[in-house]
Design a protein around this ligand. Sequence first.
Ligand SMILES: *Cc1c(COP(=O)(O)O)cnc(C)c1O
Length: 223
Amino acid sequence: MGVSDNIKQFLKTEIPENVKLIAVSKTKPVETILEAYQSGHKIFGENKAQDLASKYEQLPKDIEWHMIGHMQSNKVKYIAPFVSLIHGVDSFKLLKVINKEGEKNKRKIDCLLQFHIATEETKFGLDLIEASKFLTTEEFGNLEYVNICGVMGMATFTENEDTIRTEFKELVHIFNELKNIFFANNNSFKEISMGMSGDYKIAIEEGATMVRIGSLLFGIRNY
Ligand SMILES: *Cc1c(COP(=O)(O)O)cnc(C)c1O
């Protein structure tokens, strides 16, 4: 089956109505993404700002582009004019840069706060204390060009399903805490982005509203 059929099939059998599929097209050429687009699916994710910008330029403009990877402050400018959602906001500093770029482009940029839920040291992310610290500041309250839509996290890369499930539960717990304490009156704070090719079933069972799927749809990546 080609990538377009893969996506159609995957949406039909694996993804409930209330869950959004982010088709992760990183490392794939625009031709392949265009083929995927023929399925009718229009939400794609990339993990490098410059790749994202270049693919945006070359592909149909009704694609909703998500930045799913680690975001460096100096690269926000490449994607600020068009990005639909930045999943990996892991510092207040980065959030302030996104706000500034949003202001330059006269648009409010949707963001998710990334939390560190895995046991691996290498995965980026905030913890609840860190996030609470800046969410209570006046400076945060004054950011007019960012819109915090929820949380994102990556589970440990392991075969152990209990570990993965526990980590996703932790992310849901963090989401609920933040919702109750800081975002009770904010209707756009509703997204939980968790689950990849290897663990999306568990993520959906635990309450993911968005899953980020690459290799299952596009095949193995060759870097
Ligand atoms: C690459 C990537 C994915 C997709 O990974 P697959 O295992 O190929 O589905 C999801 N989320 C992030 C942050 C990624 O970098």
